[in-house]
Design a protein around this ligand. Structure first.
Ligand SMILES: Nc1nc2c(ncn2[C@@H]2O[C@H](COP(=O)(O)OP(=O)(O)OP(=O)(O)O)[C@@H](O)[C@H]2O)c(=O)[nH]1
Length: 467
């Protein structure tokens, strides 16, 4: 945690506190309490080191407030400020640390499970902070009766919305103030680099969301029907649109913008009777966004897995799976009189190269020999790495005799490799088989495998065909 982070957290906390009071709809109860999000995110990103700036910020403000209440500067005054600071910092501190542990130590769980855990931690921390805060308030001011019973729900929900909206934004900003790499956090933003940074479509969608919120607030202020406010739940639709199609950083920003409009709008349009409904809508919008964020990340991972299943990571050749798919396409679209063949080859005594010179040299042999073979192929021929040191070439429009001849040509193309100071003559045994009309490519591969085994048994470095 860089020293500037202490200053930043202190002033952010105080600044957001004042911003939240502007948006308060009841005494000290805000539609969304932004500082709660700063606190939990600070512990989430910096760990227990966040305690000092957060504690000091709450203490500073609590101390000033009691001053404003003109209770005089006495020890009770100080004790109340300390209690307020602890009532906030301890629940959010423990919550932030629990969330940090949960996200970083349970990477094996999928994103949705980790998000559910995160939401539970957020909810419990906010509830504890709300009850502890009200308890300290009742205990220190003596002017309010039943304040816990009356205020806990709105305080809790306001804090929870603050946590859910502000924490993701802070997770974008605060990591810049630490030198530690937070791999568990990067996962949430990993797909950002792959999505467009074009602001125009994002701003259009954001305007749709903002117009929806303002429209509903306006309607609610004009029509007296209590059900109008429930339409605000529709704002989840444009927000989801943003989350599913834009960068996580944009989705995070839009959540903050929508929340600010709604929080200001409730007071501005004088619809405070329905404040809880708006708070719930904010909470639902944020919760749904959390889950939706997992979707682009999952899609990205699927694409990655698909690529891995299609391209061999070592040689960059198609895998057996892709080979079969491509060959099946060609075979299925062929006429009955069109003959196609495959040639399977296995490097001779490859194990010895691994054993004598190490796996890195073995890898290089596979890479170089595959590349050289690929360069020798015609455009219509397809080469794939089947497994280990076994490769297959698809030879379209060649019957078994022509394919055997072609396989012999390719056998002679296997190179003498020069790797570091080593000179390695590469040899291979080939098995050729013709694709019979109507058969699955797996059957052809099986015959080619038998032909290859026969070539090995007959002394290697030769071509054997099985029709
Ligand atoms: N370096 C390297 N070795 C691999 C890789 N995949 C498999 N191997 C090794 O490749 C060797 C394959 O050996 P075989 O084809 O069974 O035997 P061989 O020595 O080539 O003998 P013949 O095929 O009978 O001529 C095994 O030792 C595997 O451990 C890989 O990706 N990189």
């Amino acid at each position: 945690m860089k020293p500037s982070a202490y200053v930043l957290l202190f002033f952010l906390w105080i600044g957001t506190f004042y911003a939240s009071t502007i948006m308060a709809f009841a005494e000290f109860i805000s539609l969304w309490y932004m500082p709660a999000g700063i606190s939990i995110a600070a512990f989430l990103i910096f760990g227990k080191r966040a305690f000092i700036p957060i504690f000091l910020a709450v203490f500073f403000l609590s101390f000033r407030f009691t001053e404003q209440l003109q209770q005089g500067l006495d020890p009770a005054h100080l004790a109340a400020a300390i209690l307020f600071a602890l009532a906030h910092t301890v629940p959010y501190g423990l919550g932030g640390l629990a969330a940090r542990y949960w996200l970083s130590h349970f990477i094996q769980h999928g994103l949705p499970i980790r998000i559910i855990g995160l939401l539970v931690i957020y909810a419990v921390s906010a509830l504890c902070a709300a009850i502890a805060g009200l308890f300290v308030w009742e205990f220190t001011t003596e002017t309010y009766d039943n304040i816990i019973e009356e205020g806990w729900f709105a305080w809790w929900l306001g804090d929870l919305v603050g946590v859910m909206v502000i924490a993701p934004l802070m997770c974008l900003i605060l990591p810049k103030f630490t030198n530690t790499r937070l791999a568990w956090l990067e996962e949430f933003y990993a797909h950002d680099r792959k999505l467009s940074a074009n602001l125009k479509p994002f701003l259009f969608k954001l305007c749709v969301a903002a117009a929806a919120v303002i429209g509903i607030l306006l309607l609610d202020s004009q029509l007296t029907h209590p059900g109008i406010a429930y339409f605000v739940f529709f704002v989840t639709i444009p927000q989801l649109w943003i989350v599913l199609t834009e960068r996580t950083s944009f989705a995070t920003t839009s959540l903050v913008v929508i929340t600010v409009i709604m929080a200001f709008g409730v007071g501005l349009f004088n619809v405070t009777d329905q404040a809880i409904t708006y708070q719930f809508a904010l909470y639902m919008t944020a919760a749904i966004s959390y889950f939706a964020v997992a979707v682009p990340a999952l899609i990205q991972r699927n694409i990655q897995l698909q690529e891995m299943s299609m391209v061999d990571l070592l040689t960059n050749l198609p895998t057996k799976w892709l080979f079969k798919t491509l060959v099946n396409q060609v075979v299925k679209s062929s006429r009955p009189n069109q003959n196609h063949s495959i040639a399977m080859y296995n490097l001779d005594h490859f194990k010895k190269i691994n054993d004598d010179y190490g796996e890195a040299i073995g890898d290089q042999v596979l890479i170089d020999s595959a590349q050289i073979m690929k360069n020798e192929l015609r455009d219509s021929e397809i080469l794939c790495r089947c497994e280990q040191d076994i490769f297959v070439v698809f030879m379209p429009n060649l019957d078994i005799d022509a394919a055997t001849k072609r396989a012999n040509e390719l056998r002679h193309k296997l190179p003498v490799l020069h790797i570091d100071d080593l000179i390695l003559p590469i040899r291979g045994s080939f098995g050729v088989a013709q694709v019979q009309f109507g058969e699955a490519i797996e059957e052809t591969v099986e015959r080619a495998t038998r032909a290859l085994q026969q070539a090995k048994q007959e002394g290697r470095n030769k071509v054997v065909a099985i029709s």
